[in-house]
Design a protein around this ligand. Structure first.
Ligand SMILES: C[S@@+](CC[C@H](N)C(=O)[O-])C[C@H]1O[C@@H](n2cnc3c(N)ncnc32)[C@H](O)[C@@H]1O
Length: 246
C-alpha cells in the first residue's frame, strides 16, 4: 500500500488524534534505549517521542509521508530521524530496545506471509527481551457500499472548505476493508476541486494476532482494550498488544 497519494490528506485527518501519544511516550521512555517506529507516517508519534528525548527511528516506505514529517520537524525545530523502508525487508545495523507500530500500521500487511516476514524482520532488529508494542482497531465497520460523511470538514486559512466523504467495501473472505474517499474542496469563489483516494486495510482478530506473535518468536502478549490499560471488551475500539522478543 503506497501512502504517497495520502500525504496531503493524512495530517488534516489525523494530526489532532492524540489518544495514543502519552501511552507510546511512556513505553518508549521506559525502554531506556533506541526505539524503532514501524510505519511512522508523517511523524505524528515520532515527533512526540523525539520532543521527550527518545532516540527514535521512524521506518516509513512512503517518501512523501517522510517529506511531510521532515517539513513538520523543520517547522518545530526538531531533528527527526526517518528511514525509508518496508517492515518486511528493511535492514538496519541497530538492535533496538523497543519497536512500536502505532495506529494500525500493521494493517498494510495483507497475507500471512507478509505479516510473518514483517514480524520476523522486526524481531531480528530487537535486543533479546526487547518490547514490541502496537495497536489495531477492533474490526467493526459502518454501513458498506453507502456514501457516508463522518464529520470530516476542514476549513483552510484561504477560506476554502474541504469535505471528506467515504464508501467502504468489505471483503470478509480476505479480511480486507477498502475505503474510497472523495475529497471535495470548495474555494471561496465556489470553484470545486474533487480528489479520490483508495485505502485497503487488512483487519485482524485478537487471537490471530496472538498466534502470529508466537509464531514469529514473541512472548504471549498482554492485550488491552484502551491505551489506559482497560480490558478488551465488547465496546472497545482498539486492541493494544504489548509483547517481548524471546
Ligand atoms: C495509518 S498510518 C500510521 C502512521 C503513524 N504511525 C501514525 O500513528 O500517525 C500507516 C503507515 O504505515 C505505512 N506502511 C504501509 N505499509 C507498510 C509496510 N509494509 N512497512 C512499513 N510501513 C508501512 C504507511 O505508509 C503509513 O504511513
Amino acid at each position: 500500500m503506497n501512502y504517497d497519494e495520502f500525504a496531503d490528506l493524512y495530517d488534516h485527518q489525523y494530526d489532532l488524534y492524540r489518544d495514543d501519544l502519552h501511552f507510546y511516550a511512556g513505553v518508549a521512555e521506559r525502554a531506556g534505549g533506541p526505539v524503532l517506529e514501524v510505519g511512522a507516517g508523517t511523524g505524528r508519534v515520532t515527533a512526540f517521542l523525539a520532543r521527550r528525548g527518545v532516540d527514535v527511528t521512524g521506518l516509513e516506505p512512503s517518501g512523501r509521508m517522510i517529506g511531510r514529517g521532515l517539513e513538520r520537524a523543520a517547522r518545530d525545530g526538531l531533528n527527526l530521524h526517518f528511514q525509508q523502508g518496508d517492515a518486511r525487508t528493511f535492514r538496519l545495523d541497530t538492535k533496538f530496545a523497543l519497536a512500536i507500530a502505532p495506529f494500525n500500521a500493521l494493517m498494510h500487511l495483507y497475507t500471512p506471509n507478509e505479516q510473518l516476514q514483517a514480524l520476523e524482520n522486526i524481531h531480528a532488529h530487537l535486543r533479546p527481551g526487547a518490547g514490541f508494542v502496537f495497536d489495531l482497531y477492533v474490526p467493526r465497520f459502518g454501513k458498506p457500499n453507502t456514501v457516508r460523511h463522518e464529520g470530516e470538514t476542514f476549513h483552510g486559512p484561504d477560506g476554502s472548505r474541504t469535505d471528506v466523504t467515504l464508501v467502504q467495501r468489505h471483503d470478509r473472505v480476505r479480511q480486507h476493508i477498502t475505503t474510497e474517499y472523495t475529497v471535495d474542496t470548495a474555494a471561496p469563489d465556489g470553484t470545486l476541486r474533487r480528489r479520490f483516494y483508495t485505502l485497503t486495510q487488512r483487519y485482524y482478530t485478537r487471537y490471530e494476532v496472538e498466534w502470529l506473535l508466537r509464531f514469529a518468536g514473541f512472548e504471549s502478549p498482554r492485550v488491552t482494550g484502551s491505551f489506559q490499560g482497560g480490558p478488551l471488551e465488547r465496546g472497545s475500539d482498539v486492541m493494544v498488544f504489548q509483547t517481548r522478543a524471546l
